[in-house]
Design a protein around this ligand. Structure first.
Ligand SMILES: O=C(O)CCC(=O)C(=O)O
Ligand SMILES: [Fe+2]
Length: 349
């Protein structure tokens, strides 16, 4: 099976140049591929993971089936979806459109259903659509967990973090974590600007796998002779690849040796957009040094970030929104205008 991509490439410029890393070779610790992976996470924080090998085929097939089940679930009435509504701190349940700030000063234009990895394994609190296809959904989630854990192990090894300091130790499989699959749906561009896109952010966990067959995702890409400036660039959808990005906890746990990449999603003018992500996150009891160097529990970090996501755009602490990672320098907070979309008659909410 070939995972398809769609959308006109001509409307989306500039396109981010991202390294392509073959998963099958990372498994074997191939030096060239590991070099490409490590360069990517130390400079941009984003890369493509090529999963076109025959062992990953079943994962792509499961992805296709889960995506199609979720696409029809998103067309259910709000009352049905809201039965599974959770507060955003939960790594499980439904978040309706508009509960966070959007990209253009109003509220967001996306909804999501999350299935926590622990909840999926325990068959707890699943929506009927997932229950009815449990084998496929749970296998897909385990496959995502496998891929992201293998990446973490190889990164840990490449950074020289062995034995006691191995990153595997803070990502135990035998205790709770906020690891989850997220099934996302973006409404088309709202011309009034009321509900637009997925605001700029860094992910708060460890590593994220993104399966996005349509355009819309943008990364704040380093430019200039020494990468000292940043601009919004489009992440091109590529068949049989996952997009991988580094998140905050990996940045902090590695002593800031890898970049937690700022990204956002702009809606398509006239199409619904669907994507699937896997968030690998540390065990809930993990301690790490935060942006100020204070040792905090990862749950405190999640709470602080979430409160910011949900606040009205004008009251958000933007440096914190993007992980507290880029306090000064960069001048990136609004980013340079890479293909901004036009919003007219924006309503303030
Ligand atoms: O939908 C996408 O392409 C990315 C979503 C994302 O960045 C997130 O959920 O954290
Ligand atoms: Fe994200």
């Amino acid at each position: 099976m070939t995972a398809s991509v769609s959308g006109s490439p001509h409307a989306f410029k500039p396109v981010a140049k991202l390294n392509v890393v073959a998963f099958s070779k990372v498994l074997d610790r191939d030096p060239e591929q590991m070099n490409s992976l490590m360069t990517a996470i130390q400079t941009v924080g984003f890369f493509y993971l090529d999963i076109s090998d025959k062992y990953s085929e079943s994962m792509l097939n499961n992805l296709e089936e889960c995506s199609s089940v979720m696409k029809s679930w998103f067309s259910e009435p709000d009352a049905v979806k809201n039965e599974y509504k959770t507060v955003s701190m939960a790594s499980h349940g439904y978040k309706p459109i508009g509960s966070q700030a959007g990209t253009h000063g109003g509220r967001d234009g996306w909804e999501v259903l999350k299935t926590g990895t622990l909840e999926m394994a325990s068959r707890w609190g699943l929506i009927p659509a997932v229950e009815n296809h449990y084998e496929t959904f749970s296998t897909f989630q385990r496959q995502c967990d496998y891929v992201s854990r293998m990446l973490l192990d190889r990164i840990s090894h490449a950074l020289g973090l062995g034995a006691e300091s191995s990153l595997n130790r803070t990502h135990r499989g035998d205790c709770p974590s906020k690891s989850a699959v997220a099934y996302l749906h973006y409404i088309p561009m709202d011309p009034t600007g009321g509900n637009v896109g997925h605001n700029m952010h860094t992910d708060y966990g460890t590593l994220t796998l993104v399966f996005a067959p349509q355009w819309g995702l943008q990364v704040l890409y380093p430019i200039g002779p020494r990468g000292e400036d940043r601009e919004w660039q489009w992440v091109e959808p590529r068949p049989n690849c996952a997009i991988v990005n580094v998140a905050d906890v990996l940045h902090f746990l590695t002593g800031r040796r890898v970049i937690s990449a700022v990204h956002r999603v702009l809606p398509l003018p006239d199409q619904h957009r669907y994507s699937v992500t896997y968030f690998l996150r540390p065990s809930d009891d993990t301690l790490m040094p935060d942006a100020e160097g204070n040792l905090i529990n990862v749950m405190e970090w999640y709470t602080k970030k979430n409160n910011n996501y949900e606040a009205p755009a004008h009251t958000q602490d933007k440096s914190f929104l993007i992980g507290g990672l880029y306090k000064d320098g960069f001048g990136i907070i609004e980013g340079k205008g890479a293909n901004e979309i036009n919003v007219t008659n924006r309503t303030n909410r």
